[in-house]
Design a protein around this ligand. Structure first.
Ligand SMILES: [Zn+2]
Length: 198
Protein backbone atom coordinates (compact mmCIF):
# COMPACT_ATOMS: atom_id res chain seq x y z
CA UNK A 1 0.00 0.00 0.00
CA UNK A 2 1.34 3.40 -0.98
CA UNK A 3 1.16 6.25 1.52
CA UNK A 4 -1.68 8.73 1.43
CA UNK A 5 0.65 11.43 0.07
CA UNK A 6 1.75 9.25 -2.81
CA UNK A 7 -1.85 8.31 -3.56
CA UNK A 8 -2.83 11.99 -3.58
CA UNK A 9 -0.03 13.01 -5.94
CA UNK A 10 -0.61 10.01 -8.21
CA UNK A 11 -4.30 10.86 -8.32
CA UNK A 12 -3.61 14.49 -9.23
CA UNK A 13 -1.13 13.53 -11.97
CA UNK A 14 -3.43 10.85 -13.36
CA UNK A 15 -5.96 13.57 -14.21
CA UNK A 16 -3.48 15.24 -16.60
CA UNK A 17 -4.19 14.67 -20.31
CA UNK A 18 -2.24 11.73 -21.65
CA UNK A 19 -1.38 10.32 -18.22
CA UNK A 20 -3.21 7.35 -16.74
CA UNK A 21 -2.94 5.93 -13.19
CA UNK A 22 -0.05 3.66 -14.12
CA UNK A 23 2.17 6.36 -15.67
CA UNK A 24 1.21 8.79 -12.90
CA UNK A 25 2.49 6.32 -10.31
CA UNK A 26 5.70 5.85 -12.30
CA UNK A 27 6.18 9.64 -12.45
CA UNK A 28 5.73 9.90 -8.67
CA UNK A 29 8.32 7.20 -8.01
CA UNK A 30 10.69 8.90 -10.44
CA UNK A 31 10.25 12.20 -8.57
CA UNK A 32 10.77 10.60 -5.16
CA UNK A 33 14.08 9.18 -6.33
CA UNK A 34 15.08 12.69 -7.47
CA UNK A 35 13.74 14.68 -4.54
CA UNK A 36 16.97 16.68 -4.38
CA UNK A 37 17.15 17.58 -8.09
CA UNK A 38 14.10 17.20 -10.31
CA UNK A 39 11.47 17.68 -7.61
CA UNK A 40 12.52 21.25 -6.60
CA UNK A 41 12.70 22.18 -10.29
CA UNK A 42 9.17 20.93 -10.87
CA UNK A 43 7.86 22.66 -7.75
CA UNK A 44 9.47 25.91 -8.83
CA UNK A 45 8.07 25.67 -12.36
CA UNK A 46 4.57 24.94 -11.02
CA UNK A 47 4.75 27.91 -8.64
CA UNK A 48 5.88 30.20 -11.46
CA UNK A 49 2.97 29.06 -13.61
CA UNK A 50 0.50 29.61 -10.78
CA UNK A 51 1.84 33.04 -9.85
CA UNK A 52 2.75 34.55 -13.19
CA UNK A 53 0.55 33.19 -15.96
CA UNK A 54 -2.72 34.86 -16.82
CA UNK A 55 -5.25 34.62 -19.62
CA UNK A 56 -5.19 37.53 -22.06
CA UNK A 57 -8.51 39.39 -21.91
CA UNK A 58 -8.26 40.30 -25.58
CA UNK A 59 -7.32 37.07 -27.32
CA UNK A 60 -7.39 34.29 -24.71
CA UNK A 61 -3.69 33.49 -24.98
CA UNK A 62 -1.85 32.47 -21.80
CA UNK A 63 1.08 34.73 -20.96
CA UNK A 64 2.76 36.62 -18.12
CA UNK A 65 1.09 39.86 -19.27
CA UNK A 66 -2.50 40.86 -19.90
CA UNK A 67 -2.97 41.93 -22.70
CA UNK A 68 -0.45 39.35 -23.86
CA UNK A 69 2.84 39.89 -25.69
CA UNK A 70 1.26 39.08 -29.04
CA UNK A 71 -1.62 41.54 -28.60
CA UNK A 72 0.75 44.37 -27.65
CA UNK A 73 3.46 43.64 -30.24
CA UNK A 74 3.46 46.65 -32.62
CA UNK A 75 5.39 44.73 -35.30
CA UNK A 76 2.49 42.38 -35.82
CA UNK A 77 -0.11 42.91 -38.49
CA UNK A 78 -2.94 44.67 -36.65
CA UNK A 79 -5.41 44.04 -39.44
CA UNK A 80 -5.67 40.26 -39.41
CA UNK A 81 -6.91 37.86 -36.75
CA UNK A 82 -6.34 34.11 -36.81
CA UNK A 83 -9.05 32.22 -34.92
CA UNK A 84 -8.03 28.97 -33.21
CA UNK A 85 -9.76 26.50 -30.92
CA UNK A 86 -7.21 26.24 -28.13
CA UNK A 87 -4.12 28.02 -26.84
CA UNK A 88 -2.05 25.00 -27.96
CA UNK A 89 -3.11 25.74 -31.57
CA UNK A 90 -2.01 29.37 -31.19
CA UNK A 91 1.37 28.21 -29.95
CA UNK A 92 1.66 25.70 -32.82
CA UNK A 93 1.01 28.41 -35.40
CA UNK A 94 3.20 30.94 -33.68
CA UNK A 95 6.13 28.63 -33.06
CA UNK A 96 7.71 29.47 -36.40
CA UNK A 97 6.04 32.84 -36.86
CA UNK A 98 3.86 31.23 -39.52
CA UNK A 99 1.20 33.86 -38.92
CA UNK A 100 2.21 37.45 -38.22
CA UNK A 101 -1.16 38.93 -37.22
CA UNK A 102 -3.13 38.67 -33.99
CA UNK A 103 -4.99 35.65 -32.63
CA UNK A 104 -8.30 34.78 -31.06
CA UNK A 105 -8.67 31.66 -28.91
CA UNK A 106 -12.22 30.26 -28.86
CA UNK A 107 -11.69 28.00 -25.87
CA UNK A 108 -13.00 24.91 -27.65
CA UNK A 109 -15.26 23.94 -30.51
CA UNK A 110 -19.01 23.66 -30.97
CA UNK A 111 -20.22 20.19 -30.08
CA UNK A 112 -23.77 18.90 -29.91
CA UNK A 113 -22.44 15.72 -28.30
CA UNK A 114 -20.61 17.51 -25.49
CA UNK A 115 -23.23 20.26 -25.22
CA UNK A 116 -20.86 23.09 -26.23
CA UNK A 117 -22.93 26.02 -27.53
CA UNK A 118 -21.77 29.26 -29.20
CA UNK A 119 -22.15 31.15 -25.92
CA UNK A 120 -19.75 28.72 -24.25
CA UNK A 121 -16.98 29.88 -26.58
CA UNK A 122 -15.53 33.39 -27.07
CA UNK A 123 -17.38 33.91 -30.36
CA UNK A 124 -19.14 37.00 -28.97
CA UNK A 125 -15.79 38.60 -28.08
CA UNK A 126 -14.51 37.82 -31.59
CA UNK A 127 -17.52 39.53 -33.17
CA UNK A 128 -16.88 42.52 -30.87
CA UNK A 129 -13.24 42.72 -31.94
CA UNK A 130 -14.21 42.65 -35.60
CA UNK A 131 -17.04 45.10 -34.91
CA UNK A 132 -14.61 47.69 -33.55
CA UNK A 133 -13.18 47.92 -37.06
CA UNK A 134 -9.63 48.03 -38.37
CA UNK A 135 -9.64 44.33 -39.28
CA UNK A 136 -9.23 43.24 -42.91
CA UNK A 137 -9.03 39.48 -42.62
CA UNK A 138 -10.24 36.79 -40.24
CA UNK A 139 -8.47 33.46 -40.77
CA UNK A 140 -10.42 30.49 -39.43
CA UNK A 141 -7.83 27.96 -38.33
CA UNK A 142 -10.07 25.34 -36.79
CA UNK A 143 -8.98 21.72 -36.64
CA UNK A 144 -9.95 19.55 -39.61
CA UNK A 145 -12.45 17.63 -37.49
CA UNK A 146 -16.21 17.61 -38.02
CA UNK A 147 -16.71 19.79 -34.95
CA UNK A 148 -13.90 22.13 -35.96
CA UNK A 149 -15.44 22.63 -39.39
CA UNK A 150 -18.93 23.11 -37.93
CA UNK A 151 -17.46 25.83 -35.73
CA UNK A 152 -15.74 27.48 -38.70
CA UNK A 153 -18.99 27.53 -40.70
CA UNK A 154 -20.90 28.99 -37.79
CA UNK A 155 -18.39 31.82 -37.32
CA UNK A 156 -18.24 32.50 -41.06
CA UNK A 157 -22.03 32.89 -41.06
CA UNK A 158 -21.94 35.27 -38.12
CA UNK A 159 -19.31 37.36 -39.95
CA UNK A 160 -21.19 37.36 -43.25
CA UNK A 161 -22.22 41.01 -43.02
CA UNK A 162 -18.99 42.28 -41.49
CA UNK A 163 -16.64 44.19 -43.81
CA UNK A 164 -13.86 41.60 -43.53
CA UNK A 165 -12.42 38.87 -45.71
CA UNK A 166 -13.07 35.52 -44.03
CA UNK A 167 -10.64 32.78 -45.03
CA UNK A 168 -10.03 29.25 -43.91
CA UNK A 169 -6.98 27.02 -43.70
CA UNK A 170 -6.62 25.02 -46.91
CA UNK A 171 -7.92 21.51 -46.98
CA UNK A 172 -5.29 18.90 -47.34
CA UNK A 173 -4.95 18.94 -43.60
CA UNK A 174 -5.31 15.32 -42.54
CA UNK A 175 -8.93 14.50 -41.76
CA UNK A 176 -9.44 14.68 -38.04
CA UNK A 177 -6.13 16.55 -37.89
CA UNK A 178 -5.39 18.60 -34.83
CA UNK A 179 -3.22 21.65 -35.55
CA UNK A 180 -1.16 21.04 -32.47
CA UNK A 181 0.19 17.77 -33.90
CA UNK A 182 1.11 19.04 -37.36
CA UNK A 183 4.63 19.84 -38.41
CA UNK A 184 5.50 23.40 -39.37
CA UNK A 185 5.76 22.65 -43.10
CA UNK A 186 2.20 21.30 -43.24
CA UNK A 187 0.88 24.21 -41.20
CA UNK A 188 2.71 26.77 -43.34
CA UNK A 189 1.29 25.17 -46.48
CA UNK A 190 -2.27 25.18 -45.08
CA UNK A 191 -1.89 28.84 -44.14
CA UNK A 192 -0.38 29.94 -47.47
CA UNK A 193 -3.11 28.18 -49.44
CA UNK A 194 -5.92 29.58 -47.30
CA UNK A 195 -9.05 30.35 -49.25
CA UNK A 196 -12.22 32.35 -48.82
CA UNK A 197 -15.03 30.64 -46.93
CA UNK A 198 -18.23 29.91 -48.78
ZN1 LIG B 1 -3.62 38.53 -26.34
Amino acid sequence: MASQEIEALSGALARLPGLGPRSARRAVLWLIKRRETALPQLLNALTQVQELLVECEVCGNVDTANPCGICTDPRRDQRSICVVEEVADLWALDRARLFTGKYHVLGGRLSALEGVRPEDLTIGQLLDRVGHGGIDEVVLAMNATLEGQTTAHYIAERLEDAPVRVTQLAHGLPVGGELDYLDEGTLAQALRARRPVG
